[in-house]
Design a protein around this ligand. Structure first.
Ligand code: HEC
Ligand code: HEC
Length: 298
């Protein structure tokens, strides 16, 4: 907080407390001060219910003064007056750090044990997987779903089909550095609607969804020329570039004519954000092993 605003807030806060004290003592001196002065204000309901002008009960006023005294004590102990930190030295940041340290102290030995374990063994360890599951729930389910089965554009992590690879190194890189897929818009190169339609059929024929008829096969040379760098000439995919296998029954964006057409005409750019800084090495390893274990469970 800039010095001016710190003082502004401090003066404002103190002035307000003083004003409250003044207001309550002033109000308590208004109206009748003792029994003799009591009188009727002249309002009458239901024939015999009359309103008296009585002073507020003393205990009621004392409650106000107690809350004010409490506020003053509170502002001396805790931060509340401008930039003054309070004599107790408490701060949100400090509390957060203390809690983080406590958590660190608690989990560090567990993480350290898992960090030393070999990846395959870790992926089979029930305790590690339990921890992995809760980390997954905290960081990954927004995109991959609570059952990790994904959605259109978000890969299913429980099947055995991998865009970027299933090795420890590949999964770790995916989690730490993220992935940016580039499926370019290739409509121009395909020469108009007929060319695009043929290419869609050809892609569908790769997984056997439609017959590899003449129209579809007419797109094969184009596929080899335009698509093989990322999907290989036989369409089996290229994990170095995240190019999906087009010959199986697993689809990131869908196998319908519409979905494939959209992919080819508009391109696709799936983004898996980098989580390395957020998670640190040890938690990344536990998560990677958990992800690995999910696809093995089938
Ligand atoms: C903001 C959404 C988002 C979040 C959060 C997210 N992911 Fe992803 N993830 C994606 C997308 C999108 C892809 C697919 C990228 C692509 O198209 O190549 C992906 C891909 C992956 C892959 C590669 C799958 C394959 O077939 O190779 C793994 C593994 C993965 N994510 C694990 C995780 C883990 C573990 C977390 C939690 C730490 C996580 N993701 C959090 C969106 C997300
Ligand atoms: C520069 C590399 C590259 C080229 C060239 C390329 N693709 Fe792709 N393609 C990708 C990537 C990467 C993805 C995954 C996109 C994502 O994860 O968001 C993809 C996704 C797809 C999908 C969606 C698969 C699914 O599971 O939903 C289809 C279909 C496809 N490409 C067809 C083609 C066709 C047909 C061509 C040639 C005309 C082609 N691609 C050329 C990289 C490429």
């Amino acid at each position: 907080m800039a010095a001016f605003w710190a003082w502004f807030v401090a003066v404002g806060t103190i002035a307000f407390v003083i004003w409250c004290v003044w207001l309550i003592s002033w109000a308590s001196k208004q109206g009748p001060q003792n029994k003799q002065d009591e009188d009727l204000v002249g309002h009458k309901w239901d024939g015999d219910l009359e309103e008296w002008n009585n002073p507020a009960p003393k205990w009621w006023l004392y409650l106000y003064f107690i809350t004010i005294a409490w506020a003053v004590g509170y502002m001396i102990v805790y931060p509340g007056i401008g930039a003054f930190d309070g004599v107790a030295g408490w701060s949100q940041q400090g509390q957060y750090e203390a809690e983080m340290q406590a958590a660190e102290a608690r989990y560090e030995p567990i993480y350290a044990r898992f960090a030393e374990m070999d990846f395959e063994t870790l992926a089979k360890d029930p305790d590690a997987n339990k921890l992995g599951k809760s980390l997954f729930a905290g960081y990954c389910t927004t995109c991959h779903g609570s059952d990790a089965r994904g959605a259109a554009g978000y890969p299913n992590l429980t099947d055995n089909d991998w865009l970027w690879g299933k090795t420890e190194a590949a999964i770790t890189t995916t989690i730490q550095q993220g992935r940016n897929s580039i499926m370019p818009n290739l409509s121009a190169a395909l020469g108009g609607d007929a060319g695009i339609d043929n290419m869609v059929s050809y892609v569908q024929s790769l997984s056997g969804a439609v017959a590899a008829d003449e129209a579809a096969m007419s797109a094969q040379p184009m596929f080899v020329a335009l698509c093989s760098a990322c999907h290989m000439a036989d369409g089996s995919g290229n994990q170095l570039l995240g190019g999906p296998n087009l010959t199986d029954d697993v689809w990131l964006y869908g196998s319908s004519t519409d979905a494939i057409r959209t992919t080819i005409v508009q391109g696709r750019n799936g983004v898996m954000p980098a989580h390395g800084q957020l998670l640190g090495d040890k938690r990344t390893k536990i998560l990677a092993a958990y992800v690995y274990s999910m696809s093995n469970a089938e």
